[in-house]
Design a protein around this ligand. Structure first.
Ligand SMILES: [Zn+2]
Length: 109
């Protein structure tokens, strides 16, 4: 009657391992989004023209004639990256200014 207790506990997925796996996958996906934010347009398959008519060529509406579209989440990843980078730059500049001010010394005694 103790079927649940008899189940091998050693083979059960550790929740921490599962979380780490998910985080790792998400991080890998974010990196891939950063490195390759564009993918071939799903509508025109990179041909840049609307596949609708054979006689009249319209530039693809989805990719606006570029043949490439941004992957889902790529904009968010890049926005996050640049905002983080912007903060770093700002802090570095502030530190440099503070250092320069210290080096110059106070103008008044
Ligand atoms: Zn397209």
């Amino acid at each position: 009657m103790t079927a649940l207790a008899a189940a091998p506990a050693g083979h059960a997925a550790d929740p921490i391992t599962v979380i780490l796996l998910i985080l790792g996958t998400a991080a890998g996906y974010a990196v891939s989004l950063y490195l390759w934010p564009l993918r071939t347009c799903t509508r025109c398959h990179g041909t840049r023209v609307s596949p609708g008519g054979a006689r009249r060529f319209h530039s693809c509406k989805r990719c606006h004639g570029t043949g490439r579209i941004r992957r889902i989440g790529a904009t968010a990843v890049h926005r996050f990256y640049w905002s983080a980078l912007g903060d770093q730059h700002r802090e570095r500049r502030r530190a440099k200014l503070a250092r320069r001010r210290q080096h110059a010394g106070p103008p008044e005694p």
